[in-house]
Design a protein around this ligand. Structure first.
Ligand SMILES: Cc1cc2nc3c(=O)[nH]c(=O)nc-3n(C[C@H](O)[C@H](O)[C@H](O)COP(=O)(O)O)c2cc1C
Length: 316
């Protein structure tokens, strides 16, 4: 047991980060059943759509799982959060916005609140607002990223110097050595997105998974810098089309129209590389297989134990 496993009622200190609109009940339940914390990503879905996924997930697992609400992305954060109360979920993860107005109400219902941050300032604010656990996400991560561009290795110790609640590291972690490294930095666990895409249970198109297997250490690109909406994507023809449009000059509104969730689904779920994008983190180059979620988590724990023991031997 450590800080987060006891608070969350899970076995392994590994969280599957919410993947708005595209991760589903099967992946969420598989992660929770395997001993980690699965997360439903509400993204831009309506409350009815999210409720169906919650009900389906509850049929597949009795273990705790989380509901991620990206506050500035969701069309109706309050309606989605009410579902967490209605269905007595154990955990809610708030990202992409100010969590302060919601934390007290969720605590009143006995719900544990995880807040995703990308800077020391955001971490201090979230702790002050009452968050139970922080996820600190570095610039290596897939998907929407902070314009501050601070990497995980630099971010985690700086936040830990300033807050007292448990911290989970996200961005760039894909194996047990990464987990061990983050524990050594003082994190209580890790959250992963990219690594979970390349698992048997993940509901993504085979060509998305294959792209991850094919990726090397520079297999991702950053789009959206010119409009202040940064995203890390796999290096595909659609990503290049976005970069080209930015080079020609593009408004934030047009960029938003080219990066909607409908377009995301075309890439991630339908595997149409020319018509939609695929989120991917820098850790993509480390991924060489497509295990089941349980195989992945068991292997990561074994690797982490071996890495921690080898590191101990190295220091004498
Ligand atoms: C396909 C995809 C969609 C994502 N959507 C969301 C989201 O809706 N909300 C959120 O807070 N994070 C989202 N993320 C970020 C993940 O939850 C996680 O923090 C991140 O992927 C960790 O970095 P990694 O990709 O290096 O593992 C997404 C990531 C991926 C890969």
């Amino acid at each position: 047991m450590n800080g987060i496993t006891s608070i969350l009622g899970i076995h392994y200190p590994i969280i599957q980060g919410g993947m708005g609109n595209i991760s589903n009940a099967i992946l969420t339940a598989a992660v929770s059943e395997a001993g980690g914390l699965g997360t439903i990503g509400a993204g831009t879905m309506t409350a009815d759509e999210v409720e169906k996924i919650i009900i389906e997930t509850k049929k597949l697992t009795e273990k705790p799982f989380s509901l991620n609400v990206a506050l500035s992305v969701s069309p109706n954060p309050m309606a989605i959060l009410k579902l967490a109360v209605k269905h007595r979920l154990a955990v809610v993860t708030l990202s992409a916005g100010n969590p302060a107005p919601f934390i007290g109400k969720l605590h009143d219902e006995g719900i544990v609140v995880i807040t995703v941050v990308a800077s020391v300032k955001q971490a201090e604010k979230a702790e002050k607002a009452g968050a139970d656990i922080l996820v600190a996400e570095g610039f290596e991560a897939a998907g929407i990223n902070s314009a501050l561009e601070t990497t995980t290795l630099a971010l985690i110790p700086q936040i830990l110097n300033r807050v007292n609640i448990p911290l989970v590291a996200a961005g760039g972690i894909g194996d047990g050595k990464g987990l061990a490294a983050m524990l050594c930095l003082g994190a209580s666990g890790v959250q992963m997105g990219t690594r979970f895409i390349a698992t048997k249970e993940a509901p993504f198109h085979d060509s998305y998974k294959q792209k991850l297997l094919d990726a090397n250490d520079h297999g991702t690109v950053i789009v959206g810098r010119s409009v202040g909406k940064i995203r890390r994507l796999l290096d595909t023809s659609y990503a290049h089309c976005l970069l080209q449009r930015e080079a020609e000059g593009i408004t934030p509104e047009v960029f938003a129209d080219l990066t909607t969730e409908e377009i995301h689904k075309k890439g991630a779920l339908e595997g149409k590389e020319d018509e939609g994008f695929m989120n991917g983190g820098q850790v993509s180059g480390l991924i060489t297989d497509i295990p089941s979620v349980a195989e992945l988590l068991d292997r990561m724990m074994e690797e982490a134990r071996a890495a921690l023991s080898a590191a101990g031997n190295k220091i004498g």
